[in-house]
Write a protein that binds this ligand. Structure first.
Ligand SMILES: Cc1ncc(COP(=O)(O)O)c(C=O)c1O
Length: 450
């Protein structure tokens, strides 16, 4: 609620600051290299699947293996004792988890359903995190106590876990999640770090709980700065514990959230300025104000929110861990990467069903395949692998769902576009397949691509 002219002034200044920011452009050379490499892949895809199996997700297990190896190597070079857990929620296609288990990773699950799947896959090193775990979910963990560590989300959850464990007389290994942001929506996760000491002491009253560690997680890290800031705070919290309290901590799990090195590629509408412009446009049209127009999708540039290599993440995080944590306790450091492991391993393949105009086509699949309207804000190049060319052409590429938000993009790369052409949207493996929706159109099948 804006109730004073001072408040209004502040908001206007903030708006101006956002509008003054310049989101960097995606360099042409980066985009060209990406498109060229994927046209090469597209040729093999055409050869392997032909045009008969669209829409589909194409899964490349080799990419999961490569990313897993790089991730492990980066941290193992810097830290003596490490554990790696793939966050299943980022892509719950079974072969992704199967592949990563073969790379010496465990699994990070966030529900009873994911936990059961992990157990069925033969995982024997599982961390179970997430808020609001039910009695049934805790029971699965307790029954499988040799394979599962429960990362508790609250004091109340610890009480419930004790009750479930006591019921069948089993001890359960556990950790506690600390919240990294005490305000806003992220505060729903974990407990405040100020409450850690009393939590540890309370845990001693529970005969079946073996509290052994601490977890924290922050999402969407383009670099390690936020994680480092929390590691520093955690170090201060650990320093305030007694030696006996510190002694119980055998692992610290620093979660996931490592953005892939290529960074985030944005449509104009995905930049902070674009989001603001669109919000003002929606408000002005709701209020029937004249003189404002939405950001146009025509002749638009592509933007880059840059990220950092995993080697840099590993070097800087490890150095912070050594300085602030391992100077106080020697413990195992665990990781829960999701996006970084699976993002590049899945591609979406579509067929053009209907060419209405030169600048408007409809594909056989809809964006229920990814479950959200990502392409209005994220720039994901669409390659016409039936007519490759290193030229980007403006064209509204839409899916076949009965909603105007069913949009794949505003352009394609290729010579031309015609009915029957196959389109590839590379690197759609993170938070897409897991979010797919059984909405109007059938869900695409997955084809594994060696
Ligand atoms: C607790 C926890 N760990 C790990 C992850 C995986 O994060 P990312 O896929 O960004 O690496 C998430 C994602 O939300 C999470 O909530």
């Amino acid at each position: 609620m804006v109730d004073s002219s001072e408040d209004k002034q502040k908001i206007l200044q903030q708006i101006q600051a956002i509008l003054n920011q310049n989101t960097p452009l995606l360099p042409d050379s980066t985009l060209h290299d990406f498109v060229e490499a994927n046209f090469r892949k597209g040729r093999q895809i055409l050869h392997t699947i032909g045009g008969h199996l669209t829409p589909c997700y194409l899964f490349e297990p080799g990419i999961v293996i490569a990313r897993a190896k790089t991730f492990k190597r980066a941290f193992q070079q810097n830290l003596p004792d490490t554990g790696f857990y793939f966050a299943m929620k980022s892509n719950n296609f079974l072969d992704v988890s199967k592949t990563i288990l073969g790379c010496g990773f465990g699994l990070d699950v966030s529900s009873g359903a994911e936990l059961e799947t992990a157990l069925e896959l033969g995982a024997d090193d599982i961390v179970f995190s997430g808020p609001g775990k039910t009695a049934q979910e805790l029971d699965i963990a307790v029954v499988n106590h040799k394979k599962v560590v429960v990362l508790m989300d609250s004091l109340s959850e610890m009480k419930r876990l004790e009750k479930r464990a006591a019921r069948i007389g089993k001890n359960i290994r556990a950790g506690v999640r600390l919240t990294t942001e005490p305000h806003g929506l992220w505060r729903k996760f974990g407990i405040l770090k100020e409450d850690l000491q009393s939590f540890i002491n309370e845990s001693k009253r529970y005969g079946h709980i073996r509290l052994q560690g601490i977890q924290f997680h922050s999402s969407w890290n383009m670099g390690p700065e936020r994680q480092i800031a929390f590691i520093k705070e955690l170090g201060q919290t650990l320093a305030s514990l007694t030696p006996e309290e510190r002694e119980i901590i055998k692992f610290i799990d620093i979660g996931g959230g490592y953005w892939p090195e290529q960074g985030e590629w944005l449509q104009p509408g995905g930049t902070p300025q674009g989001v603001l412009r669109n919000a003002v446009f929606s408000a002005s049209s709701a209020l029937s104000l004249d003189g404002l127009s939405s950001s146009s999708s025509a002749a638009y540039p592509h933007y880059l929110n840059a990220s950092t290599s995993i080697e840099t993440f590993a070097r800087e995080l490890s150095s912070a861990i050594c300085e602030h944590i391992q100077s106080l306790i020697s413990c195992k450091i665990c990781f829960e990467p999701g996006r970084l492991i699976c993002n590049d391993s899945m591609h979406i393949i579509l067929k053009v069903m209907d060419k209405k105009y030169d600048d408007l086509v409809i594909t056989d699949g809809g964006t229920n395949a990814v479950g959200w309207e990502r392409f209005e804000t994220d720039y994901c190049p669409i390659l016409n692998i039936s007519r490759p060319a290193m030229t980007e052409r403006e064209c509204l590429i839409t899916g076949s769902l009965c909603t105007p938000h069913d949009l794949w993009g505003y352009s394609y790369w290729g010579k031309e576009i015609h009915e029957g052409d196959l389109l590839m949207i590379p690197e759609q493996g993170a938070y897409t397949y897991s979010l797919r929706q059984n909405f109007i159109k059938a869900l695409p099948q997955v084809i594994s691509f060696p």
